[in-house]
Design a protein around this ligand. Structure first.
Ligand SMILES: [Zn+2]
Length: 360
């Protein structure tokens, strides 16, 4: 039995990232023989795309839909939908998530627990959760991450995503560019503690960010070509998680820093904004200790799209920044990163924050 040595993974079979992509959803009815579909959406995202998705699915007369509008995305919200469906709707074949990351997380959990197909229709591109098999929620103020379904199909309509708040697109870029430093951390784990490595997965994680950095000069997500590169990169990031089986290819020291800010409840940055600033810091440290990286180019690209590059912009003081950086080592200590390898002191962090202009 040689098969036992291989990893079996579930990858989507239909991924569309272009303008007017939404109409492709109607083809899902015959492609997957859908008769009963649950739509999970939010109040606003229902107006943006949920109503259209419903029309497109029911248009042929072969498919019925049951729509749930989620007010607050949580595990509880997912459980409520699961219970209601069980009560009066009978069997259903697919869950279609229409919304931002949080709504898609609820859809992922409902699909996972009901063992049904998942189709994701993202209405923004704020992080790499669009295609990942993990759902993140906040419980008692703390972020938690749980296993969930992988989508069979992703319909990313660029006309819809382009209209989403620009802050979310900037955040998406922050999350994407972090992959460069997170994979550098992974390589430290490979060299120092003999971790497994997968060059293909690492490439899937980092190449989209490299491509965007190469044209940092012209970066603008109002432009459909760049927007497509961003959305594709974030979807590939999620697939890297699926392929590797953990978030290792997209989450290291920059994410530990962001989680530390969340844990300490400092500031008001989004995930991607915090991770973007974390990337400047960790890239600086990689350059400082190992001579690898280009923190100035990363900072320049974030400035170019008007994403925050200073602590002040995300509402964090210099002292809080240092505290979060010191605390970051306590987040998931088994994940080896530059923080574990070099154990930088408060003074080291202070110098880094000054030199990178993050605290002025
Ligand atoms: Zn992330």
């Amino acid at each position: 039995m040689i098969l036992k040595h291989f990893k079996q993974i579930l990858l989507p079979v239909d991924v569309r990232i272009h303008r007017n992509a939404l109409e492709n959803i109607s083809k899902a009815v015959s492609r997957y023989d859908l008769k009963n579909v649950v739509i999970v959406t939010g109040i606003l995202t229902n107006k943006i795309a949920g109503i259209d998705v419903e029309k497109l699915l029911t248009g042929s007369g072969k498919c019925m839909t049951n729509k749930f509008i989620v007010k607050t995305a949580s595990r509880e919200a997912a459980k409520k939908i699961e219970q209601e469906i069980r009560g009066d709707f009978g069997d259903y074949d697919a869950v279609v998530g229409v919304g931002g990351g949080k709504i898609l997380d609820v859809a992922k959990v409902v699909a996972y627990h009901s063992n049904s197909l998942l189709i994701n229709v993202p209405t923004n591109a704020a992080h790499d959760g669009i295609a990942s098999p993990l759902a993140s929620f906040k419980e008692k103020g703390m972020p938690i991450s749980i296993k969930a379904a992988s989508p069979i199909s992703i319909i990313a309509d660029l006309d819809i995503i382009r209209k989403s708040p620009v802050r979310l697109l900037r955040s998406g870029y922050g999350d994407l560019v972090s992959n460069l430093v997170e994979v550098k951390d992974w390589l430290l784990g490979v060299q120092k503690i003999d971790e497994d490595y997968d060059e293909i997965v690492a490439s899937i994680s980092t190449m989209p960010a490299m491509l965007l950095l190469r044209s940092a000069e012209d970066l603008d997500f109002r432009d459909f070509d760049y927007l497509k590169l961003l959305v594709r990169g974030l979807i590939l990031g999620g697939l890297a998680i699926t392929m590797y089986g953990t978030s290792r290819p997209v989450s290291g020291s920059a994410h530990k820093f962001s989680h530390a800010l969340d844990y300490l409840r400092y500031g008001k940055g989004t995930h991607g904004e915090q991770v973007g600033i974390g990337t400047i810091i960790m890239e600086y440290l990689h350059q400082h200790y190992y001579g690898k990286g280009d923190w100035e180019l990363i900072k320049y690209s974030l400035e170019k799209i008007l994403a925050p590059t200073t602590a002040r912009e995300i509402g964090v003081t210099k002292e809080q920044m240092i505290e979060a950086l010191v605390h970051a080592k306590n987040i998931r200590p088994s994940r080896y990163t530059i923080l574990e390898d070099q154990n930088p002191s408060r003074k080291d962090f202070e110098i880094c924050l000054e030199k990178t202009g993050i605290t002025k």
